[in-house]
Design a protein around this ligand. Structure first.
Ligand code: FAQ
Length: 332
């Protein structure tokens, strides 16, 4: 067992060696441990973006909460959106173990200084989009996030275990919704195909730019934060999704999709990377709407945060007074 000690930060060389040894031995770096500043900064960047994505990610589906076609579908959608809020909270808590404050991260999100996933800047035009988000977006999220359960940073890795279990459930509910529609009328089948056509390419872009154009991958892999490159995970997602698309009876909107016998994998076309860059820079179809909504929710929630803080401080004062009077009694 290799331990990272942090009590005496007097010998950076030795501390750095211990850090490297922990990572190489597939052990976990914990909040109390010494870590390089750049490792800490990379984790804050990725975990904060991930947390913001979960919270902003409630908006596209939230669009259908009041218009779900049955009570059952409404209850399922509500539960899914609540799960996503929970994921955001675990992730903000994981980021806070690195010395940042959730309020500060939220401020960075709504002022545009931190990112969230490009996928949530597309509109949800029909109820089939809810199913496709579950199937493709949660499916892509699972491919990307299961390896993060083995991330070198303990609090992030542990948060991902529970998140992945819930995302798998979300993916299955999306598939079940789509299967139901595909067994329905021709209009319902067309609605599914239209949603698949709109979400396929943005889902592939969730994995990030191609490896040659991904400035962070090499270092994040060396630190075992990321366990696979963006392109490796994208391929894994395509291979996982193709049989499911065949089972559903939908066509994926890529004429270059073909089975490559030699590689034992599907060949597929190149996403439009300029679109990803535009969406990341804030020029996607819904970027302004998403951030405006998030900012408004944050402002409208001010009184709740203030009330919770006032209550916590009242409880703390009452607790201190009770302890002081107990001590006085025992002195007598
Ligand atoms: N969107 O060098 P790389 C979900 C940025 S949660 C926006 O490759 P990296 C659950 C990247 O940040 C979905 N920005 O970066 C759900 C970097 O910019 P920076 C979120 C992107 O970090 C389902 C620059 O481009 N999941 O879906 C995107 O090594 C349904 C260069 O890129 C996570 O956050 C993008 N797609 O790899 C909720 C998973 N791609 O920061 C509701 C954790 C790249 O240097 C409904 N994150 N960028 O200014 C990761 O695995 C990684 O951060 C990547 C990017 C793979 C996203």
């Amino acid at each position: 067992m290799v331990a990272v000690h942090t009590a005496e930060p007097g010998a950076p060389g030795e501390l750095a060696e211990r850090f490297e040894a922990v990572v190489a031995a597939e052990q976990r770096v914990e909040p109390r441990d010494w870590m390089p500043d750049a490792y800490r900064a990379t984790l804050i960047r990725q975990i904060a973006q991930h947390a913001h994505s979960e919270i902003i990610g409630m908006q596209p589906e939230g669009n259908w909460l009041t218009r779900a076609p049955s009570l059952r579908r409404k209850a399922i959608l509500l539960a899914k959106a609540q799960d996503e809020a929970g994921h955001g909270l675990y992730l903000y808590a994981a980021a806070e173990t690195l010395g940042v404050d959730r309020a500060e991260l939220t401020e960075k999100l709504i002022s545009g200084r931190q990112k969230y996933s490009s996928i949530f800047n597309y509109p949800t035009l029909t109820f089939a989009d809810v199913g496709v988000i579950g199937w493709l977006v949660d499916g892509a999220a699972i491919c990307n996030q299961v390896p993060l359960c083995r991330c070198s940073y303990g609090p992030y890795a542990r948060a991902m275990v529970r998140i992945c279990k819930e995302e798998s459930f979300h993916q299955r509910q999306g598939f079940e919704l789509l299967m139901t529609l595909m067994r329905g009328t021709e209009a319902q089948q067309r609605m599914v195909q239209d949603a698949v056509d709109r979400w396929w390419w943005p889902s592939l872009m969730m994995f990030g730019p191609p490896d040659d154009d991904s400035p962070n991958t090499a270092q994040s892999m060396a630190w075992r934060i990321k366990r696979h490159t963006n392109d490796e995970l994208r391929q894994r997602f395509v291979d996982m999704t193709l049989p499911q698309a065949q089972h559903l009876g939908v066509t994926l909107p890529d004429p270059e999709l073909s089975w490559n016998e030699a590689r034992g994998s599907w060949d597929f076309g190149e996403p439009d990377w300029s679109e990803l860059q535009r969406v990341i820079k804030g020029q996607g179809p819904c970027n302004t709407q998403r951030i405006d909504r998030r900012r408004a929710a944050h402002e409208q929630g001010t009184w709740v945060r203030e009330a919770a803080a006032a209550y916590a401080s009242k409880r703390a004062t009452a607790g201190k007074q009770a302890t002081a009077s107990k001590e006085k009694e025992s002195d007598v």
